[in-house]
Ligand binder design. Structure first.
Ligand SMILES: Cc1ncc(COP(=O)(O)O)c(C=O)c1O
Length: 732
């Protein structure tokens, strides 16, 4: 591997404002690089002075130029002509007739289908004329790349790679890209020079990330290696990467890189002796220099609290849906001090209106409801648990049975997933069959996640994509089978193929409404085949009816499970069922200490009473309908296509665009400025009614901005924070 084959000289250093060093001698570096035989340059019209320096040299040398463009103009402003002008300007500014590569410098551009169509057409014309050899793209992370690959196959991909950001060191990924004949260029080997600096001399923006830089300096001293060498060794270790873009401040640095490069070639052993894994960081603010300056230090410190939490608490918390990265990395307030009604005060005492998840659906009556609190506090004062049993369990069972007369027995637990595990045990005992058909989300337990053992995408369509099966015993494979909502044919086929299915476990409705008597057909088939039908009402219960959503459809299961909302924020979940089924589990060991505390049933009894008194399901359904109507109105008014889903009290929408997640992030970012926690779904609570107009007013402003953004500058330009993370696969 020779220097000129593997290295590309990055020209960003021609710009005084780039990187951390203010004393750069780019022309000197360029002269030396060319003298040493290096003939690939990575430049861009956005790097000040770069083309004028290259131009001087290029008249005499045969240099391969890779340049970048954002195509960041308004669609209405003679878009196509401006693309051509910009490309022609690059050619003349660099004194060349041919570009080795033209990279799209806005990884979101291909996601804007209107613009992309035009850009792609023009670029291909230049390619056919052999003016551009390769059309490529520059990305910041693997998420951006995944999206792009769904749209087109670039001929060059340029990506960051350094000891802190190792996602592109993944051999499987690199192999996959090579199979598609993509030329791979890695950049940011020194993370804009920060990896080569002494911690003390780093700017305050970077000093916040003390622990990462400390780990790095410890790594260097433990391995008795200098930063330049270690950074290079890490990068060059990836033999599948074709070229490395190296930006250097002066001749001395260039010579040092050259010498290290030659030494590393001679001593390949070094490549294998260093273990860089522990330096890999999931701090997306540190590893993406776009955010070093766009995010202020207060916001960085907020994000640091989250990073620090992840060091002590597994995954930073026990519920995926509360991870701040799912809303607005570094911008989301993350920690609360107090919550009341539909307001939350963060740890800095800033008060927000919660138009987002409302405790992930736990508080239909609003946070910290006084009458429920008082009942619970009374029970705490009387001893929330004792050696003897609480009499409240019987009262709660009677109440739930009264609401659901088809059921005759109940049992209680404290989380939805464990209630579902109880339900499964009971159903298996009754049916004497191990296998289960599922449709929906039913919790984190082995029995549910095992569905992905036979096909890792099994749960993608019925719940979240990318749910891992690590830690799930392989022996569970084949016990849990997914089927799709409203696909009665698929359901029948599944039962035919798997005669050992004894339980059907499903949500009554989540995003789609039942079509063609889907629920009735399921009920009829399960009855005929003596299969236990369980409705998981953990999320749907008490949102549209006083009880399970199944009451609305008049389809009655054999067992129903309730969670989330029945204690208005105090942990309590319930399994109710037909007597002949429930009673079979008498000999089974289903037992747990904290299932017997009094606070849960006390909270549930007063919550059910209050919900019944004010008919909360009607109120939140009305609120949700108004929200859905407003979304629809905004979508029509601003001609932004959206898809609205969910039961009325739990509405959600998505933009019918490849940029969906970016627009969603934009909503959260803009709403936070108005002290509203918002995303693209609302768990309605009765308190929302009086604040709907505030929410609508602010949302309208955002929709009007989105309309402008769709045709104008890239959304990337308006996002100060990283895009919200899409799902589980990206969060680990
Ligand atoms: C339908 C359904 N079942 C089960 C669960 C799991 O409940 P928990 O998170 O309390 O374990 C949820 C949670 O979102 C759910 O929506």
């Amino acid at each position: 591997m020779s220097l000129n084959k593997k290295l590309i000289l990055g020209c960003a250093q021609s710009d005084d404002n780039y990187g951390l060093s203010r004393n750069k001698k780019f022309e000197e570096v360029l002269q030396n690089a060319i003298k040493s035989g290096l003939n690939f340059l990575d430049t861009s019209p956005y790097y000040r002075n770069s083309s004028s320096i290259i131009k001087k040299i290029n008249s005499k040398k045969n240099i391969n130029i890779i340049s970048k463009l954002k195509f960041d103009y308004d669609l209405k402003s003679n878009f196509e002509k401006r693309i051509r002008n910009d490309i022609n300007d690059i050619l003349s500014a660099n004194n060349t007739k041919v570009l080795y590569g033209l990279l799209i410098h806005d990884s979101l551009l291909p996601l804007n289908s209107k613009k992309w169509k035009i850009v792609f057409k023009v670029l291909n014309e230049y390619k056919e004329k052999k003016i551009i050899k390769k059309i490529g793209i520059s990305v910041y992370n693997t998420f951006e790349l995944d999206n792009i690959l769904k749209i087109f196959t670039p001929e060059i991909i340029q990506f960051p790679l350094n000891v802190f950001y190792q996602s592109f060191a993944n051999k499987e990924l690199l192999k996959k890209l090579k199979r598609q004949k993509i030329e791979l260029h890695a950049r940011s080997i020194f993370l804009q020079g920060s990896l080569l600096k002494n911690f003390k001399s780093l700017s305050p923006q970077l000093k916040i990330w003390r622990s990462e830089f400390l780990k790095w300096s410890e790594f260097l001293s433990d391995n008795k290696i200098n930063a330049l060498k270690a950074s290079l060794v890490f990068a060059l270790n990836n033999e599948l990467i074709d070229k490395f873009v190296i930006g250097l401040d002066n001749k001395k640095q260039f010579e040092a890189v050259k010498n290290e490069f030659i030494k590393i070639q001679k001593n390949k052993k070094l490549l294998n002796n260093l273990n860089f894994n522990k330096l890999n960081s999931d701090n997306i603010i540190l590893t993406d220099p776009r955010y070093w300056y766009s995010i202020n230090n207060k916001e960085k410190l907020n994000y640091k609290k989250w990073i620090d939490l992840r060091e002590k608490v597994l995954n930073g918390g026990m519920l995926l849906s509360k991870r701040p990265d799912q809303f607005l990395p570094a911008g989301w307030p993350t920690f609360y001090r107090k919550a009341s009604g539909c307001h939350i005060w963060d740890i800095n005492n800033k008060k927000y209106l919660d138009f987002s998840l409302m405790g992930v659906g736990t508080n239909i009556l609003g946070y910290s409801n006084k009458s429920i609190n008082n009942h619970v506090i009374k029970n705490i004062n009387n001893g929330s648990i004792s050696t003897l049993n609480s009499g409240l369990d019987k009262l709660l069972a009677e109440k739930l049975i009264k609401i659901h007369p088809w059921s005759k027995m109940a049992t209680f637990s404290r989380t939805g997933a464990e209630a579902n595990a109880i339900a499964i045990r009971i159903a298996r005992i009754f049916s004497q069959k191990d296998e289960i058909a599922i449709c929906g989300y039913h919790g984190w337990h082995d029995w549910y996640l095992s569905s992905n053992l036979s096909n890792k995408k099994n749960l993608d369509e019925i719940h979240l994509s990318g749910l891992s099966t690590i830690g799930i015993p392989k022996k569970l494979k084949g016990l849990t089978h997914p089927f799709r909502y409203n696909d009665i044919k698929g359901f029948k086929k599944l039962l035919r193929k798997n005669p050992n299915i004894g339980t059907v476990f499903m949500e009554v409705e989540r995003n789609e409404k039942p079509k063609n008597n889907f629920l009735k057909q399921i009920r009829n088939i399960t009855k005929r085949k003596k299969i236990v039908l369980i409705f998981d009402e953990c999320t749907s219960g008490f949102r549209e009816t006083n009880g399970g959503l199944h009451k609305k459809y008049k389809i009655y299961p054999d067992i129903a499970v309730f969670g989330k909302s029945i204690g208005n924020g105090i942990p309590i979940t319930a399994v109710i069922g037909k007597k002949e089924i429930m009673i079979k589990a008498r000999k089974s060991f289903i037992s747990s200490t904290f299932w017997t505390d009094a606070t849960g049933p006390a909270a549930a009894l007063s919550t059910l009473k209050e919900m019944e008194r004010i008919k909360s399901w009607k109120k939140i359904t009305k609120i949700g309908r108004r929200i859905k109507m407003k979304w629809l109105k905004l979508s029509k008014k601003y001609k932004i296509k959206i898809k609205i889903q969910g039961i009325d009290a739990l509405p959600s929408f998505s933009f019918d665009s490849n940029l969906n997640l970016y627009f969603k992030t934009f909503i959260t970012q803009e709403m936070l400025k108005k002290k509203i926690l918002a995303t693209n779904s609302v768990y309605c609570c009765i308190q929302h009614e009086k604040y709907l107009n505030i929410y609508f007013e602010e949302l309208e402003k955002i929709f009007s901005q989105i309309k402008k953004i769709s045709d104008g500058k890239s959304i990337a330009y308006y996002l100060r924070f990283p895009v919200s993370q899409p799902g589980f696969s990206r969060l680990n």
